[in-house]
Design a protein around this ligand. Structure first.
Ligand SMILES: C[S@@+](CC[C@H](N)C(=O)[O-])C[C@H]1O[C@@H](n2cnc3c(N)ncnc32)[C@H](O)[C@@H]1O
Length: 207
């Protein structure tokens, strides 16, 4: 019994059937709240389950709901304290670390096989990713630039790489069968349904 309407529940189930638990994004001190929220929205669209971030300021980075349009409720947003330690642990768990990095040594982002368990790291708007994480990378990737400006906005760059990952994963059938176990799906459904009911009640109370 989930207490949400059948149609709403079906939507949640359909989304979970396509969530990719082995494709994640790591934001390494993305500071602009609009960029932060836009990245979350793209993660939801591509089916990313876990979105990780490090944020160096004392205050929490606000979610801009006008930009996420609620997408932040459907991904798991997890803060990490130390980029190096976090990525090292993920690497030990079997994830390849793909770092978006503006350098002559980086390879074209399309050359990577994103159907493997992957974490895509993106960096701060001014300084890019932390230097120390570069040694952990399996691939440093660049999106070719042919204009006067040397870089893309970080949320745009994330979307470009994520949609390449989505294309490859779709081709390999990774969206055609659930990547999450039934147990995992049930657990998330329970959580989402409860949160959904609480939000709906709050909205009603505020009317
Ligand atoms: C505005 S850029 C940072 C620019 C910074 N001066 C640097 O050299 O890294 C912010 C982030 O967007 C991503 N990015 C932007 N353009 C990119 C590109 N052409 N290729 C790969 N990543 C890119 C990277 O994650 C980068 O850390």
């Amino acid at each position: 019994m989930y207490l949400v309407e059948e149609k709403r529940l079906k939507r949640m189930k359909d989304i979970l059937a396509k969530r990719q638990k082995d494709l994640s994004v790591f934001m390494d001190d993305v500071k602009n709240e609009h960029n932060f929220s836009a990245i979350i929205r793209t993660c939801d669209a591509v089916g990313v389950l876990n979105v990780y971030y490090r944020y160096s300021l004392k205050r929490e980075i606000p979610i801009n709901e006008g930009i996420t349009l609620g997408a932040h409720k459907w991904v798991f947003l997890k803060k990490v304290e130390n980029s190096y330690d976090f990525l090292k642990k993920k690497k030990e768990e079997g994830f390849q670390i793909v770092i978006t990095y503006l350098s002559k040594d980086s390879i074209n982002f399309r050359k990577v096989d994103y159907t493997k368990p992957t974490i895509i790291a993106v960096g701060n708007e001014m300084s890019g990713v932390s230097e120390d994480i570069l040694e952990l990378s399996d691939h440093k990737v660049i999106i070719p630039m042919y204009g006067m400006v040397q870089s893309l906005n970080v949320s745009v760059a994330t979307a470009v790489v994520l949609y390449e990952a989505q294309r490859q994963r779709e081709e390999k059938g990774l969206y055609s069968k659930p990547q999450l176990s039934q147990e995992e799906i049930d657990k998330i459904l329970k959580k989402w349904a409860i949160e959904d009911v609480i939000k709906a009640k709050k909205r009603k109370d505020n009317l």
